[in-house]
Design a protein around this ligand. Structure first.
Ligand code: B12
Length: 216
């Protein structure tokens, strides 16, 4: 079967919220030699974007979003060990989390997976993380970069709040701040004084390396 067909099956599986189909087709994609990143970008993510579009159009409801997310996760679970398997020297330390009031984690988790694959040590604070928690862990974990995810227009303001709190606590100069999430753009990053923004996980790795001066 052609790779495009496999990727289409994957995206359909996520769209239909079918965990079993997604797990099976992810395994088939790997067996067919498709790169994990291609499976994510051209298969799974296309599916979940379709779910989002149907939700926005009023065709899908909250349970459909949840099913789509679970199906996507079933595919990610197959890919994760393949992507983060190799142990090596860490090239930098990143603290990641989704802001308070926001339960979206799929994108954040993909970014974490890609950062780990690139050799970063990552602490995941999870979802719905209060600004204070980012501050506490900046003190304890001593990351070089903080990554903040937000997927809702109602929660993006929390990214600004975290940066302000870092300033107040005298920590801002010690860390670089990288932000992301579907509603985020470079303009917002500039407005709130973030050091970096990335529209997807691959770019996030490039941005993280650039922030640490590892690439030009
Ligand atoms: C799955 C999903 C859910 C799931 C999340 C499950 C989970 N475990 O994560 C559930 C069901 C929980 C959910 C709930 C809700 N959701 Co929702 N959800 C989605 C959906 C369909 C997909 C999100 C996703 O995973 N995308 C795939 C990943 C790969 O993309 P991504 O998240 O953008 O991440 C990439 C980049 O943004 C970037 N990135 C992400 N984070 C970071 C961080 C850093 C540091 C960097 C550098 C980069 C980066 O890299 C990632 C990988 O490439 C989106 C639609 C969409 N198109 O985004 C709606 C969407 C985000 N949800 C929406 C809404 C409205 C809701 C609810 C309010 C619905 C409701 N009525 O209750 C609730 C809110 C719950 C809450 N408090 O958070 C709206 C938001 C509208 C808005 N403008 O704010 C959207 C856009 C749907 C829509 N079209 O209306 N949702």
């Amino acid at each position: 079967m052609a790779n495009e067909e496999i990727l289409r099956k994957l995206s359909e599986g996520v769209l239909e919220g079918d965990e079993v189909q997604v797990k099976e087709w992810t395994e088939k994609a790997i067996a067919a030699g498709i790169e994990p990143l291609e499976v994510i970008n051209d298969g799974l993510t296309k599916g979940i974007q379709g779910v989002g579009a149907l939700f926005a159009a009023g065709t899908y409801f909250l349970p459909d979003l949840l099913l789509g997310a679970k199906a996507m996760d079933a595919g990610i679970k197959v890919l994760e060990p393949l992507m983060t398997g190799q142990k090596r020297e860490f090239i930098g330390r990143v603290l990641m989390g989704t802001v308070q009031g926001d339960l979206h984690e799929i994108g954040k988790n993909i970014v974490i997976m890609m950062l780990k694959t690139a050799g970063f040590e990552v602490m995941d604070l999870g979802i719905d993380v209060p600004a204070r928690k980012f501050i506490e862990q900046t003190r304890d974990f001593k990351p070089s970069i903080i990554g903040i995810s937000a997927l809702l227009t109602t929660t993006v303001g929390r990214q600004k709040e975290i940066i302000e709190l870092l300033e107040e606590e005298g920590l801002r100069k010690k860390v670089k701040v990288m932000i992301g999430g579907a509603p985020i753009n470079q303009n917002w990053a500039d407005t709130i004084g973030a050091d970096g923004y990335a529209e997807d996980a691959s770019v996030a790795v490039d941005v993280a390396k650039r922030l640490l001066g590892l690439v030009g």
